[in-house]
Design a binder for this molecule. Structure first.
Ligand code: DUC
Ligand code: ZN
Ligand code: ZN
Length: 468
């Protein structure tokens, strides 16, 4: 198959806006037209490759707005490279990732961005873009933010957690937000009170509480809610929009809801691990709980309902993965006897579309909402729409043929992420990716990988499309 001309016949096309029994014509890597099955128009699309999608969904490729490929963190490096991670993304129906470039200590934003380009260049199976982690707010980095926005790196993550690593204090955060208010950038916030958390970590360790489950206890839900509240007030003072990453606590959702009820440009993301896993997993016997150590942490099961509700009411708008895998053997085990040394992060880039489809099957969200939170809204949020995130004339032909009835069992034995465990080992889900096109070119074809490293292109972004 080439990228020249492809017709997808017989499927149910689902976008955030519509469900259409339509054939899809792809030309030159873009969606050229949609037409009703058996219509005269569709019948006229004769030349080219035909994909039979009868009985299947035809959906936009997923947009994962939060990944950390090859991220140095906690004394080690996330185990997926851009090559392995984007290949796994494709297997899971995700055709665009937005990864986080990191400003190194004492270094410029530019050098951090250059380093991330060097890691990703010619490696990716699907398209990619970058956010920038600002870990040192100073006169120089503030000026660089303006330039990066112009170049298509239009969002900046800061951390209220991890003192001594990525942490910014309130004054630094306010200054960066003021800058973003002026240049159109979107501030992304890791909202946890890291100063208070570090006190609780020390107290727990001194009390002999060293098991993985204490990771969840010291990173208290109220310290997520407090930081979320504080970030919102700082953004309000700066007159800047704000996007809170990886929301896990019910109390943090309440802060977002209150802010949005005031009409503020405040947005929230959650991740599949918070919708499907809980502190029960952190408390698994032996050292197993380390598999689920990430920050913000997994919460007691009751929080899941609040997150699903937030997704239904649009108080949460996006589901990304925070994909940041560390192998159980050789990486997670750095924290045996001291939970604070367990590298923070979980794999998931391959599982997101399927888990959210399971949310449809389980009755939490509609099919269109599935596409909205996993494809369309992240594309709009990060300035990629309508090129990404929808199936409409002119859009990139990033298309997934999805079998809504196929059953699968998630397992490290069968997944494609470069990590030695699955956070969802043995979980049965309904629905499976069959075929994936990236700009019209097959990457997965009838559940075989036919892509190549280097097909994926760097995609500069516009500004957030929700700002008014
Ligand atoms: N949280 C994680 O769990 N991993 C990477 C960084 C982060 O904020
Ligand atoms: Zn974070
Ligand atoms: Zn992250």
């Amino acid at each position: 198959m080439t990228a020249t001309r492809t017709v997808i016949r017989g499927g149910l096309v689902i976008t955030a806006a519509d469900e259409m029994h339509a054939d899809v014509l792809i030309e030159g890597g873009r969606i050229a037209a949609l037409a009703a099955h058996d219509s005269e128009t569709a019948a006229g699309w004769t030349a080219g490759t035909v994909i039979d999608a009868t009985g299947k969904y035809v959906i936009p490729g997923g947009v994962d707005g939060h990944t950390h490929m090859e991220m140095p963190f906690g004394g080690t490096t996330a185990s997926d490279t851009f090559e392995t991670g984007t290949r796994a993304a494709a297997w899971g129906g995700t055709t665009t990732i937005v990864d986080f470039a990191i400003q190194g200590v004492g270094k410029s934003l530019r050098s951090g961005l250059d380093a991330w380009h060097a890691k990703a260049d010619a490696q990716c199976a699907v398209d990619y873009a970058f956010h920038m982690i600002v870990s040192d707010v100073n006169e120089h980095s503030l000026k660089e933010m303006d330039i990066l926005v112009e170049e298509g790196v239009t969002s900046f993550k800061m951390f209220m957690a991890y003192p001594g690593v990525f942490y910014s204090d309130d004054g630094q955060i306010l200054r960066a937000m003021q800058r973003a208010a002026g240049n159109g950038g979107l501030t992304m916030m890791h909202a946890e009170n890291g100063i208070a958390i570090d006190v609780l970590v020390q107290q727990a360790l001194e009390a002999g509480k060293t098991d993985p489950r204490y990771h969840g206890e010291v990173r208290h839900a109220l310290l997520e809610a407090e930081a979320t509240h504080r970030a919102i007030q700082l953004a309000r003072v700066a007159g800047a929009p704000l996007y809170i990453v990886h929301v896990s606590a019910q109390q943090a959702v309440a802060e977002l809801t209150a802010a949005r009820d005031l009409g503020l440009n405040v947005f929230g993301e959650t991740c599949p691990q918070y919708l499907f896993l809980s502190t029960d997993n952190l408390a698994e016997p032996g050292f197993e709980g380390a598999k689920y150590v990430c920050s913000t942490p997994l919460r007691p099961r009751e929080h899941q309902a609040a997150l699903w509700q937030g997704l239904r009411t649009n108080d949460l708008q996006v589901v990304s993965t925070d994909h940041c895998p560390f192998c159980f053997t050789g990486q997670k085990d750095m924290g045996v006897g001291d939970f604070s040394k367990i590298p923070n992060g979980m794999p998931g880039v391959e599982n997101r579309m399927d888990l959210l489809h399971q949310g449809v099957v389980d009755g939490h969200i509609s099919r269109r909402r599935w596409i909205e939170i996993a494809c369309a809204t992240p594309a709009r949020m990060f300035g990629l729409y309508p090129r990404k995130g929808t199936i409409a004339p002119g859009a990139d032909a990033d298309v997934v043929i999805y079998d809504p009835h196929a059953e699968q069992v998630m397992s490290a034995e069968t997944h494609h992420m470069n990590v030695d465990y699955s956070a969802y080992e043995g979980k049965r889900t309904t629905g499976r990716v069959e075929t994936v096109l990236s700009r019209g070119v097959p990457v997965i074809e009838d559940r075989s990988y036919v892509g190549r490293a280097g097909h994926g292109q760097y995609t500069p972004r516009g500004i957030c499309q929700y700002l008014i």
